[in-house]
Design a protein around this ligand. Structure first.
Ligand SMILES: [Fe+2]
Ligand SMILES: [Fe+2]
Length: 191
């Protein structure tokens, strides 16, 4: 049986990946058609892909899962260091992406390329980050963590609102996800 903590991580990755891919598709479609994107939808999507990992997802990995893995195994420290570093870079990447979006919205076409490049770099970065976690970190966790570790992780990851970690309730992000689904044109098929 799959551990609840692993299921939560994979589910959160799947929601994030769906939104990241939709941003990419949406921008490609508007570029092809020579149209301006719906900035309201785009702002909502960027808010989701920056806020959700920052507030809900990374904290659980960096403060709970990774320290347990470091304690149980000498293996994987380099990967964990890289992933922790990437978690720490989120705030700067978010600020740059938001600035590029505002520039595109305010200044129009001359700033389109810069925004599209920044958005695609962010999408690629996050997809690669999550792939590394799924290919290296989760299998390592399954090998080395003890039953006690899993009990702790399963309880922490299953709780929707952990005041110790300052989590916003996961349900709020699910509601935001549904709201964005309604803003995005149907052919892109989010959700
Ligand atoms: Fe992560
Ligand atoms: Fe993750």
């Amino acid at each position: 049986m799959e551990h609840a903590a692993l299921r939560v991580i994979r589910d959160e990755h799947a929601s994030l990946a769906a939104m990241l891919r939709t941003v990419s598709l949406l921008l490609a479609q508007h570029r092809r058609d020579g149209t301006a994107p719906d900035f309201r939808a785009l702002r909502a999507m960027l808010f989701y892909i920056t806020e959700f990992p920052e507030r809900l997802h990374h904290a659980k990995e960096s403060t709970l899962l990774f320290p347990l893995l470091r304690a149980r195994s000498a293996q994987g420290h380099r990967v964990l260091d890289r992933l922790d570093r990437e978690h720490g870079e989120g705030e700067r990447a978010t600020r740059e992406l938001e600035h590029a979006l505002i520039a595109f919205e305010m200044m129009g076409t001359p700033r389109r390329d810069a925004f599209e490049q920044a958005a695609q770099a962010y999408v690629d970065f996050y997809l690669a980050h999550m792939r590394l976690e799924e290919q290296e970190v989760l299998p390592l966790a399954q090998q080395v963590l003890t039953a006690g570790d899993w009990a702790l992780l399963d309880a922490a990851f299953s709780s929707n609102d952990d005041p110790l970690l300052g989590h916003a309730p996961a349900a709020e992000y699910a509601a935001l996800f549904s709201h964005i689904v309604r803003l995005v044109p149907a052919p892109l098929g989010l959700g």
